[in-house]
Design a protein around this ligand. Sequence first.
Ligand code: NDP
Length: 334
Amino acid sequence: MEKTATDTVKLALEEVKPFASAALKRAGCDEVNADAVAECIFQAERHGAHSHGLFRMPGYLASLKSGKVNGKASPKITTSKPAVLSVDGDGGYAPLAHQYMAKPLADLAKSQGVALGSLTNTFHFAALWQEVELLARQGVAAFACTSFKPALPPAGGTKPLYGTNPVAFAWPRENAEPMVFDQASAVMARGEVMIAAREGHTLPDGVGIGPDGKPTNDPNEVLKGAMLPYGGYKGASIALMVELLAGALIGEQMSYEAAANDNNDGGPPRGGEFILALAPNGNASLKSAEGLFSQILVQEGTRLPGDGRRMKCAKVSENGIEIPQSLFETINSK
Ligand code: NDP
């Protein structure tokens, strides 16, 4: 760890996981829970996804310290209807539950073509790509979505009701990294708006509205008002679908219910995640997909989703990361 001339601290990439893990254990996690969350934070930093890296640690730590999140969670498969793998996260953070459920869910999809992973009683504060990519590495296509707390208004409205509700999809490839996209239903992820507020940047047009319902470029006003869905009413309908799939369908809280029951300690609210695993039709499916990918890549200026963040890995490995001194101290405090 190196203190820079400005008020930031530089970390080598290999320092990130032990740094995060030690803080999680001090806040009440056992080894296995700390390792799962720290690995998720490390992967986010490694891929340049800083809004889901160490930036999230104060929230993770606050919810452990307040007792809202179980740092010694032991996720369990509760029911296994023919096509459904239900997992109770035991009130812990989601990464450990994902590690537990990925193989049985992929195996179930491979044996019968399709399987639904229903994750409840968990706290989700991470980027979804890691979860669908884990499934794609086991040979299945995967779709996942989760809700949070209200940030987006319904189409025509001005008051937050839906979360920024990300949707992610991964497709397995035989001789290449999986194709993965992962996108919030909002024009911009909330973490990015929070980083803009912290660093005093203005937002591009169209990201959000203030408490008065009027467009603004001030991230602090957007955080008090509402963020906007991408594509107007179309993105609002995607966010609505996520509320229904990751909430009503699997028996978990929707964003507005999660907010009503949350203790606002700075961490995520309790919620669920909907995960669909689909077995491709053998080599024919994979070959057919490769045909489409070639047609995309033949056009100048294109790349496959997922490859953008992978391209950041080499640079992050070489240069490490820089975080604000205040964030470093918060994570490092007892
Ligand atoms: P981005 O807008 O940065 O990226 C969305 C997707 O588009 C990525 O998969 C990205 O791939 C792909 N993409 C971007 N540019 C191109 C391009 N030129 N060609 C092809 N594909 C491209 O993401 P968001 O800001 O919408 O979301 C950020 C993160 O926030 C997500 O990981 C999401 O899961 C997370 N999130 C989590 C929430 C939670 O409650 N847990 C709530 C909301 C968001 P690539 O990565 O390769 O650039």
